[in-house]
Write a protein that binds this ligand. Structure first.
Ligand code: SAH
Length: 376
């Protein structure tokens, strides 16, 4: 059936407008000989009203709608599984077109709704306490796959009876290292912040990084959203073990990048994430060391109780120890909170996301810094 084969080829070449910034859409329209302001209309339809077909975009002429449908599409990753936890946390497993699975989590709270999204299929960084690391790395997500998580979550939450704008905050704390997928992440940020799309403020969008120093500098130039840094240890010897990218970008270099990121913006602070591992990084002396290394960095600390997963070699610190660790940091003058574990009954908690990735890395062949990635 040659006709079918031709159609399949044409489908594959369509631009997915979910991943286009307003500037990208303007470019698309210019290429069609259309006025660039059409981009504004399409942004509003696709992200504001969550339209998935050009047919419904009635303020565009019929000819333009047909023209768009022949070269473009609005296609989000397919939902393979949707689960709701006892505490209202919702987790989606998405199946990407190439078969990889990624996960996204919505965390409702009284005053906000936070969506935790993935930036890569798997992760190459190999942090010793993270289950995403276990499944290896496959590839970067495209911007339409990143925005597709927000778009689908918004539509599903609406259908589940949440408010019209359920997602008020986005955190790049799902699978993957966002700063190793820089371009697609920055395009996605652009769309999230666009008033015609999701209209989120810079402060309500957080990129979490294990410490890719050059990209921290670049992010500051490109789109200075809130920054979270996975620190997890107060000294290089321990951090090398827990977060192997530290061998490439050690703590002093990382904290210097953090200071620069904040610059002289008043009230701006970096969030430092610190997973509580019993007998590994939870001694009170380590809390004091942590306070000392963070001196001079506008910081707040999120202590994350370790979430176990099958085969993990760590145990979570005892509650009393987490409290004492927090108190030591507070006494040193650092704003510290203990992150509440959410959605652990559906494996939606930090470090439990594992979307069945096809690993393309050969871990044994990897360099010691844990980030060199080879394709098959
Ligand atoms: N790669 C990015 C973002 C993803 S991880 C980063 O490293 O920041 C989001 C947070 O969950 C990170 O702070 C990560 O270190 C933490 N985390 C990973 N595994 C965990 C686990 N098993 N228990 C608790 N937190 C975990």
């Amino acid at each position: 059936m040659p006709q079918n084969i031709l159609n399949v080829g044409a489908e594959a070449a369509k631009v997915n407008v979910l991943g286009l910034t307003q500037a990208g859409l303007e470019h698309l329209f210019s290429g069609m000989g259309e006025k660039p302001f059409r981009a504004r209309q399409v942004m509003q339809w696709v992200h504001g009203r969550l339209a998935d077909r050009f047919e419904v975009m009635t303020d565009l002429g019929a000819g333009l709608r047909a023209g768009l449908a022949s070269i473009a599409e609005v296609r989000a990753p397919a939902i393979a599984l949707e689960q709701t936890a006892a505490d209202g946390t919702v987790k989606w497993l998405f199946r990407l077109a190439d078969g990889n699975g990624i996960e996204t989590v919505f965390i409702p709270e009284a005053d906000r709704g936070t969506l935790c999204i993935s930036s890569q299929a798997g992760c190459a960084l190999n942090c010793s306490f993270c289950s995403t690391a276990r499944q290896g790395y496959n590839r970067n997500l495209a911007s339409h796959e990143i925005i597709g998580q927000l778009w689908t979550a918004s539509a599903r939450l609406r259908a589940l009876g949440y408010s019209d704008r359920p997602v008020t905050n986005v955190v790049f704390m799902g699978m993957g290292e966002p700063l190793l997928n820089f371009e697609a992440v920055v395009s996605s940020l652009d769309i999230m912040l666009d008033d015609l799309a999701y209209g989120l403020s810079r402060r309500r969008v957080t990129v979490s990084t294990s410490g890719v120093v050059p990209a921290i500098h670049q992010l500051r130039e490109a789109c200075p959203v809130s920054l979270a840094v996975s620190l997890h240890a107060p000294d290089d010897a321990l951090r090398n073990e827990l977060v192997p990218i530290n061998r490439k970008y050690p703590i002093a270099m990382l904290l210097e990048a953090c200071r620069r990121y904040v610059g002289d913006e008043p009230r701006r602070r970096i969030t430092f994430e610190y997973v509580m591992l019993r007998g590994v990084n939870d001694a009170i002396s380590q809390a004091r060391d942590l306070a000392r290394v963070l001196r001079g960095v506008p910081a707040k600390i999120n202590l994350i109780p370790f979430n176990p997963f099958p085969g993990s070699r760590y145990v979570c610190s005892e509650r009393t120890r987490i409290d004492a660790f927090r108190d030591a940091l507070l006494a040193a003058g650092i704003v510290t909170i203990t992150r509440r574990t959410r959605g652990d009954d559906i494996d939606a908690a930090c470090g439990q996301l594992a979307g069945e990735v096809r690993d393309r890395t050969r871990r044994s062949g990897k360099s010691a810094d844990g980030i060199t990635v080879h394709g098959p």
